[in-house]
Design a protein around this ligand. Structure first.
Ligand SMILES: Nc1ncnc2c1ncn2[C@@H]1O[C@H](COP(=O)(O)OP(=O)(O)O)[C@@H](O)[C@H]1O
Ligand SMILES: [Mg+2]
Length: 232
């Protein structure tokens, strides 16, 4: 099943009057169940493309379809609802809320969705448990290691059962062992719960785990290959 389709997507920035084609005519289809990595050198357009796919940014040309629906046709509040319910985000800098515990951070998307407190707590605890993070439930981000924070960020990203999880350089601030552990967890979520992941990363550890590797250069896709034949 198709989750995302970009059609001739372009995102151009103005830099002191000079146009920068951060993404320059990208056609990409993301199917349910993928574990895909957008790779490429720094500045090749990975983050911009991920943000456009996640409705955090708007293309200057072309169209993004989520479950067949054109994002350009959605009003701002509809896009917020889409980001909240259909897409999970994991960022390089974890982006947990510092004054909230792990449990409260994981519960937070459900607060925005209007889920009742008892159910929020139950679902957040269940995810933390499943990811072996229950021991961190009452800790704040400042009392956790980077790897722990990022695993809590993944828990927060998946607690709403999104169609798609987007992860931008999620291992960039982690040491190698911790980065592998995070990827083990994400791969397990992909295989056991069929959660769809799209990464933007130039980290060799992430690239080595990719089931589909999409390589970008100068805002364009220059190579797109399956690593294990799952999607052929
Ligand atoms: N907000 C912005 N304003 C101007 N130029 C930008 C902005 N964001 C990204 N760019 C430019 O777009 C290109 C792609 O950037 P980015 O998507 O961040 O690449 P990557 O994630 O692959 O490093 C780069 O040349 C970058 O400098
Ligand atoms: Mg980037």
């Amino acid at each position: 099943m198709e989750i995302i389709r970009t059609v001739d997507v372009e995102r151009t920035y103005e830099d002191k009057g000079v146009p920068v084609h951060a993404v320059n005519g990208v056609n990409l289809i993301v199917e349910q169940g993928e574990f895909s990595v957008l790779a490429g050198a720094s500045g090749s357009g990975k983050t911009t493309l991920l943000n456009v796919i996640g409705a955090l940014d708007v293309p200057t040309r072309g169209e993004v379809f989520l479950h067949g629906e054109a994002l350009s046709q959605k009003a701002g509040n509809e896009l917020s609802a889409i980001r909240l319910t259909k897409i999970g985000f994991v960022f390089q800098a974890y982006n947990l809320i510092p004054v909230l515990s792990a449990l409260e951070n994981v519960s937070f998307p459900m607060v925005l969705q209007g889920v009742a407190a008892s159910e929020r707590r139950e679902r957040a605890m269940a995810i933390l448990d499943e990811l072996d993070l229950a021991g961190l439930a009452h800790k704040r981000p400042g009392a956790m290691s980077g790897g722990q924070q990022q695993r809590v960020a993944v828990a927060r990203a998946i607690v709403t059962n999104p169609a798609l999880v987007l992860a931008d350089e999620p291992t960039a601030n982690l040491d190698s062992v911790t980065g592998h552990k995070l990827l083990d967890m994400m791969l397990r979520l992909n295989e056991e719960k069929k959660i769809t992941f799209v990464f933007a990363s130039h980290d060799e550890k992430v690239i080595a785990r990719a089931k589909r590797l999409v390589t970008m250069r100068d805002g364009q896709i220059i190579n797109d290959e399956l690593r294990d034949g799952v999607f052929t």
